[in-house]
Design a protein around this ligand. Structure first.
Ligand SMILES: [Zn+2]
Length: 376
């Protein structure tokens, strides 16, 4: 029966080995190779090779094909000393990777040679626990979760749309959430504005939202803006955030937000509701239409009654606000296909979704002069 030494010897015969010196030289010459760190998390905290991907041995076989889907990718595997990486390189070879090698001497040797390494920003134990279901998704991973934690999202209105959006953004770990709302909670809000509660009637909505968010996820930094958004304060406010989620209930505010967001290059995730119908779209300046391309002018007030005048099914903003939160997560992490140039409509009576293409209006008074990026 083979012992450990035999196994190592055998594996070494089947794979290629490279040295830290060779790796350093090849990286310096701009070679297209990927570094794969197979050490455990507590080892990685002290430094990794620049640009390396980390995949501990526990998840290696099940995850590596998600991390490197192209089996012609050149992969250099390393560990602390160059032993574990031999077995991981052998596994990669068995999985069909054509250009794999193990770096002899591992990270210790790399460090001894004085080569560059980076102290990675990683999730702490509690964050890893809280976001475990995200981290395991190949589209999110630890990297995506860190992006969420570093992101700043402004939610305009802590009402029907803002409520579910805020709940899910907070739970997902968006690091900084701004809430702008100058109203106080009223009893008639509670039929749909689920971030508030009966005992908070009379409390500022922004403050009430903050209390609920802190209960869900105390790590979220909540910034309260308890004033009315207008043309004089909108630019300063939205400039502080990466992404705007518009949950406002009136045309005036939507135009104020849109007209300030376009020159700042800020993406606005639009949501609106009317009785049983909802709409969602994402407006990214330079990459699609803006809100004014869709509605150049506000309809007369008699054609655009508010929820208090027309009524609204309580669950409808829950669905639309969740779709807005879904857009936000995609945009922050960078997977999937955003609703840019697409207007999604939802009918709560028939439970049907429909999608309409929305094109940028070259004569749009707001974004007509913004050059559209070439995109596939
Ligand atoms: Zn436009």
């Amino acid at each position: 029966m083979a012992n450990f030494r035999d196994l190592l010897k055998q594996a070494k015969q089947e794979i290629d080995e490279t040295t830290p010196e060779e790796v350093q030289a090849r990286l310096g010459s701009g070679a297209d190779l990927r570094l794969l760190d197979v050490r455990e998390l507590d080892e990685v905290q002290n430094g990794v090779l620049p640009g390396a991907t980390h995949l501990s041995r526990a998840h290696f076989e099940s995850r590596v094909e998600d991390v490197f889907p192209d089996k012609d990718t050149e992969v250099v595997v390393y560990c602390a000393s160059g032993v574990r990486s031999v077995f991981s390189a052998k596994t990669l070879k068995d999985l069909g990777y054509a250009k794999v090698s193990s770096m002899s001497g591992g990270f210790s040797r790399w460090k001894d040679l004085g080569y560059d390494f980076k102290i990675p920003r990683i999730l702490d134990a509690s964050e890893r626990d809280r976001y475990a279901r995200h981290i395991i998704l190949p589209q999110v991973g630890e990297k995506g979760q860190l992006k969420l934690l570093d992101s700043k999202v402004l939610v305009i209105g802590a009402g029907g749309l803002g409520s579910p959006a805020l709940l899910y953004l907070a739970a997902a770990g968006v690091g900084t959430i701004g809430v702008i709302d100058s109203d106080v909670v009223e009893e008639s809000n509670l039929q749909r504005q689920v971030i508030h509660s009966t005992d908070r009637v009379g409390v500022l909505k922004a403050e009430s939202a903050k209390q609920t968010i802190k209960g869900i996820n105390p790590d979220v930094n909540v910034e309260i803006h308890a004033f009315r958004l207008d043309a004089s304060n909108v630019t300063d406010l939205i400039a502080q955030y990466d992404l705007i989620l518009d949950g406002t209930d009136n045309f005036d505010t939507r135009y104020i937000v849109n007209d300030a967001a376009v020159p700042l290059g800020k993406t606005v995730i639009h949501g609106s509701i009317f009785r049983f119908e909802g709409m969602v779209s994402t407006f990214t300046p330079g990459d699609g239409p803006c809100y004014r391309c869709l509605y150049p002018e506000a309809p007369p007030p008699e054609l655009a009654p508010s929820c208090s005048e027309a009524g609204v099914l309580g669950v409808l903003p829950g669905i639309v606000g969740c779709l807005q939160a879904n857009e936000a997560l995609k945009l922050i992490i960078g997977y999937g296909e955003p609703l840019v140039g697409r207007l999604l409509t939802f009918d709560a009576q028939s439970t049907r979704f429909a999608e309409v293409k929305v094109r940028k209006d070259p004569n749009c008074v707001v974004c007509g002069t913004v050059r559209e990026h070439a995109h596939a």
